[in-house]
Design a binder for this molecule. Sequence first.
Ligand code: SF4
Length: 611
Amino acid sequence: MNGYHGRILEVDLSAQTIQETALSEEYAKQYIGGATLAARLIYDKVEEGMDPLGPESPLVFAVGPFTATSIPMVSRYAVCGISPLTGYWGEATSGGAFPFRLKGSGYDAVMITGRADAPVYLRLEEGKAEIKDASHLWGQDSYETQETLKGELGSDGLSVATIGGAGEKQLKYAGIMNDQGRAAGRCGMGAIMGSKNLKAIAASGNLRPETADQETVRTISQEAVTLVRGNLLSIAFKEYGTLMYMDMGMVMGDVPAKYFTRNVFPVEKVTGQALRQAYTVENYACLGCPVACGREVKNFGPGQDTVDGPEYETAVAFGPLCMNTDLETIIQANHLCNVHGLDTISTGVSIAYAMYLVEQGVLTQEQVGMDLQWGDGKAVVKLVEMIVNQEGIGKILSQGTLAMAREFNRDPDEAAQVKGMEMPMHDSRAFHGLAISYATGPRGACHLKGDYYNVDMGGPVLEYGIMPGERMDSTGKGEAAAKYQSHKDLFDALTLCKFSPLSPTQLSQILTAITGWEYAPEDLLTAGDRSVNLKRAISNKLGLNRDGDKLPKICQDALSEGSTDGIEPDMDLLLRDYYEHRGWDWETGRPNKDKLVELGLEQAARDLYPG
Ligand code: SF4
């Protein structure tokens, strides 16, 4: 098959066996690659009541037909499984060089099950795979592990994806790090690696599948690079990183502050401009990306002179959400999360909730172990350390906000999460299309498939009739957000960066040129719908119903300040509109049988509607 190696690696760490299976043409056409292909592989393994951290729980790393081609912004991989944080479908993606190396190693996907008796790592090299001893790596942080393996295996063309201490301890929101500070952060995929005693994957190689129409791919690549270079958003990311949104977002009421209870905050000290002027050393990029949104910044903690800089999500989670204006402590907190492999969003939201509980008089100074006040950046850094070290209150914070609410007998509506995964740093009150995306996202509160603010700020998807509208009006947004969610879900099948400005027409032309199979823009939307419904069916098998499709009140109730003053999304209207468009059953929260069959998900139709 063009665009694919046609090979899936299956690794059973309990039996210490490795085998290859063929990727069928049907799977490649229906599920494309990346997170959607992973979902199809995982679907067959999922059973009701399955423990995400049990040996039978599958973990899949996958790339797609775009990965390692000349198309810009495609060096991404997906890592998927059952989330230990939510108990439902979980996925995370990351960029860097690792996706190129994983594809170059000769596999479209790697599925890992079982649990090794002792720490191991997986070595992938040009069509060969080996399980190797990692006892000397266990206990090393994510940067040390990458360095050690490069020292042992040779750094030329090698890339490593690894867990740090958080993954080893199976903390519920542990992520996976690669290429220094690139993170597949969300959903606790690092905890699954830890539960399998799998420390790392080291990949190298230059194997490339054939391309059906290389000349067209080359032409479109050149056009795409020109488009990306001239795109206003790309230019802003290059200049100021993802933090460029901070002040604009605050004007829109889109930057949550003080644990989602405020949206007015003096952001000028934590903007992209502030980071660039005082702290940025240089930009860096995922392989083959002309944007280079990554920042290397001065370090303020122990160790090296420079560290990976915070992204927008991280800077808000450790900044305004904790009422912290001190960029130096934000940089430190981010670096600590990278070193130990923790999701910065869930970490920051859990810390902000602890601050809120102190203010409410629920948590005492004795329980926290310090005088915890809003805006105390040093306390934020200390709490990250306590989470990693499982020390005192850090043990409870490492479980996430829903577990914290239960622990302290608080209303779950106070826990800033959806399905157990912490809210990202865009406020549901500011964009109602975002609110419904959060409530229904395949992996819980997800800003990457629900970035509806991009639509309402002037980014239509013309082919699908998704047009900018009144951002704080809920009418019609359920259907539009569902379509947009499917469109963005497909990016993770193709392994395309969410910041790519390519249109569905361009994406379908590229996919056709790579694979030789004809795709039209509407075929891609159908593939996105199939992907969302397949992931939903996995979560349904694991017990999800409509009760999980809701926002916590703390992120929904109207505030009395800023540009969202007095306005809140009409969740009932949004949800009914969304369900109707999706063809989901209002009583059970499952896709209707006809919808599953229409999308080619016959197995899911049989499983969800037996008899
Ligand atoms: S825009 Fe940033 S995250 Fe996206 S591919 Fe480029 S460097 Fe990577």
